[in-house]
Each structure stands twice: as C-alpha cells, then as structure tokens.
Design a protein around this ligand. Structure first.
Ligand SMILES: Nc1ncnc2c1ncn2[C@@H]1O[C@H](COP(=O)(O)OP(=O)(O)OP(=O)(O)O)[C@@H](O)[C@H]1O
Length: 408
C-alpha cells in the first residue's frame, strides 16, 4: 500500500518582543492566511480520504455479498421446473421439494426448464450452473425424449419382446404386477458383442414409454471422473427420480462391476466403492417408482456375481449379432431414406455379411452411399454396396479382426 502524502506543517507564529505593533499585526495576518491555506489543504485531503474510504467500503460490501453468495450457493442444487411470470418453479435435489422463487430479471431470461441452478437457503436462485461446472451433466447423457423406435431395430425381435416385457410393462402397467403379486424385474442386463443395438433398445423403450433416457458409461465413471464415481452413481439415481418416468442406461457396466478376482480392477478401491454404491442404489430401488434400469456389457464373463443377484440385474438378455434375415432387415432399415437403385439385392447382400453387427451394417450403408456421391450419382447401386463391403473387410483384416475375436 502506498503511503499517503505527508500532512502540511503546522504553521507557527513567531512573535519577536522587539516588533512594533504594525509588524506584529502583519505577522499575525500572515499567520492567519497560512492557517486558512493549511486548513484548505487539510479539507482537500479529508475529502480525498473520504472518497477513498467510500471506495473501499463499496469494495468491502461487494466482497461481502460475493462471499455470501459463495457461502450459500454451493449448499443446495435445484432444477428449474418452470419459468413463469410470477417467478421460477424449482425442485430441490435430494428432497424433491418444489418451490416458487424469485430470480433477478437478468438471470430469469437465461433460465429454462431442466437447467441446474445453485440456490441459497432461502431458495433464491444464485446462479445458473453451466456444463463445465457440472460433472453430472458431463457424465450423463440425458435425453428427455429419444426418437429411436422399435421399428428402427432389426434382427433382434425376440430381445425386443423380452425387454418390453421386463421394462415397458412395469412402467406402463404397474397395477398388473401389483394385482398378480409379483415384483417386476429390477434391472435388465443386455449382453453381447459391440454394435448390436443394446443402446438403441434402451432408447427405444424410453421413447415408447415416454420416459427420460439417462445414460452413464461405466468406463467414464472410473476413468474420467476419478474419485467421483460413487457420488455420480448416487446423482444418477437422484436425477432419475426427479425426471421419472425414467430409464437409466448404464453402458459398459463391466468397468464398475468386474469380478473381484480380476486383479487389474479389483485392487482399485474407488471402483469397488462405485460398484457398492450402485448395488445399494439398486437394493433401495423398489420404492423408487417409475424408474427402470438397463445395463449393457460386451464382457459378460467379467461381471461380478454380486451384480447378478436377485433384485439387481436379474433379467439377462443376450443380444447377438444378427442372423441372415436380421441382417437383411437392418440393411432395409438403414437404407430407408436412401435412393436405392433397382438392381440392389438386399437378400444376397445379407448372405455375404456374415459376422457383421448392426453397427457394421449401418456403416456399410453409409459407405455405399459415399461411393455414389463420389461418382456424382443420386442412386446407390448394388455395386456400391459390394465396393463398400470390400473396403470394410480390407480394413477389418488389419484392425477389427483382432478386436472382435477378443471381445466375444
Ligand atoms: N439391431 C440393429 N438394428 C438396426 N441398427 C442397428 C442395430 N444394431 C446396431 N445398429 C446400428 O449401430 C449403431 C450402434 O448401435 P448401439 O449403440 O445400439 O450398439 P450397442 O450394442 O449399444 O454397442 P456398444 O456395445 O458398442 O455400446 C446404432 O446407432 C445403429 O445405427
């Protein structure tokens, strides 16, 4: 801090006993003039000091307010339910209490239903939480109304039927279960090779039951959000109960629920904690209302048995690679919006696509379309599909073959 400039010297009146009256009077006049001048200088300084004090006071007030905001805003998190002319309806996380609260007009314009906000203990919205500060938003993919339908899924009709029975019926028709006196399956585990439609299935069920789809990837829980896994699992179920009806989809569940004997992951206490949290959330699941949970894995063999016990993932559905009719169906689904030439023979093509997953077939159709575009044609021919297949199989030989045989 800089020192304030020194104060003016106090004026002194030096009167000599030998002075004449006129000289004294003159000295006193000068002294008086000097006093007036010093006084003015001091007044000026005082004014400056006052200004500075006001500035500092303002800064103190500002910091106090900020401190207050910081102290309170991290305490409670809420979601915006509705923005009305009378204020904003928020729902507090944790207790689901709904409150109509005031928001500064400036903030009100930025708020939309579904936003996460920080509120103080009088429920006033302090600030909007953006995605960067919101690990929850990053870790979870929330889709209020997915658009995938059952008719977008080919070749796994039996699996679709089973998932509907285990997930859709309890959501749409819970009384039926109550009447018969059976508990609906708690969790459904989809297992099978990558790209066979497991995620699609979960999305389609959410869509058909008007449920919110909430996805969390097991691998991210343990790799990206280190140290936050168990909290995020808790948050996941909490978010689902705020948005019910909801379908929770945990992809790559093996990342958090691997066998304890597997030394690579079991040693990790954090992964264990995350799995324990998941088990305890599932055990307390019955009271949770309209939430269904679906998990998926490509590594069924790696799963810890604890996760498969009754009341947890007790409905196992294998989703295999499609057989030949399934492949043809998937080809037709993925070319629905394409301009297909008359010579394309999907049946023959499907025969050739041995060992292709749904995802492989989807990329084959895109690749075929690319050949047509490159040739500046507007229709896709059988030859385009054949070329696409050759290209995919050539690159497959290099990389994917190894991955495939290792996976399943
Ligand atoms: N049975 C199917 N019918 C139609 N399209 C499919 C099918 N399976 C996969 N696809 C296509 O492949 C894409 C990826 O599928 P999806 O994400 O559902 O697979 P997944 O089994 O969840 O894979 P992963 O195990 O890698 O997560 C889909 O978006 C879709 O385009």
């Amino acid at each position: 801090m800089s020192h304030s400039p020194s104060l003016p010297d106090r004026p002194r009146l030096d009167l000599d006993p030998d002075m004449s009256d006129a000289e004294r009077l003159d000295a006193m006049r000068k002294h008086y003039a000097r006093i007036v001048q010093v006084n003015e200088e001091l007044d000026e300084r005082l004014e400056e000091a006052d200004d500075r004090r006001d500035d500092l006071q303002e800064e103190v007030d500002h910091l106090k307010r900020r401190n207050e905001v910081l102290k309170t805003s991290s305490l409670y998190i809420a979601s915006v339910e509705e923005v009305t002319d009378d204020g904003v309806v928020i729902k507090q996380h944790g207790n689901n209490q709904e409150v109509l609260t005031d928001v500064s007009p400036q903030l009100q314009d930025d708020l939309e239903p579904g936003d996460r906000v920080a509120i103080n203990d009088s429920f006033a919205v302090q600030r909007l939480l953006d995605n960067e500060t919101d690990a929850r938003a990053q870790a979870m993919e929330v889709d209020e109304s997915p658009t995938v339908t059952y008719s977008d899924i080919g070749g796994i009709d039996e699996q679709v039927r089973e998932v509907r029975e285990a997930v859709e019926d309890p959501l749409v028709n819970p009384e039926q279960f109550a009447k018969v006196g059976v508990d609906p399956p708690s969790g459904v585990l989809l297992h099978g090779p990558p790209g066979t439609g497991k995620t699609m299935l979960a999305k389609a069920v959410a869509n058909e039951t008007d449920a919110t789809f909430i996805k969390m990837a097991g691998s991210e829980l343990v790799q990206k959000f280190i140290g936050e896994g168990s909290r995020l699992v808790r948050d996941l179920f909490e978010l689902a109960s705020e948005r019910e009806p909801a379908v929770i989809f945990i992809d790559e569940i093996d990342a958090v629920a691997a066998k304890r004997t597997d030394s690579k992951t079991s040693g990790d206490a954090e992964v264990q904690r995350t799995m324990m949290q998941l088990l305890s959330e599932m055990d307390g699941f019955e009271d949770r209302g309209e939430i269904r949970i679906i998990a998926a894995t490509n590594r069924f063999d790696m799963l810890d048995e604890a996760i498969l016990r009754p009341g947890r993932f007790d409905r196992l559905i294998e989703v295999p690679k499609p057989a030949v009719e399934g492949r043809e169906q998937i080809l037709r689904i993925h070319t629905r919006n394409m301009n297909i030439a008359d010579d394309v023979d999907f049946e023959a093509l499907a025969e050739e696509l041995d060992d292709y997953s749904g995802a492989d077939i989807a990329s084959l159709t895109t690749e075929a379309g690319m050949y047509a575009i490159r040739d500046e044609r507007t229709t896709v021919t059988h030859e385009d599909f054949e070329q696409a297949r050759e290209k995919i199989e050539a690159s497959d030989d290099d990389s994917d073959a190894a991955a495939r045989s290792y996976q399943y």
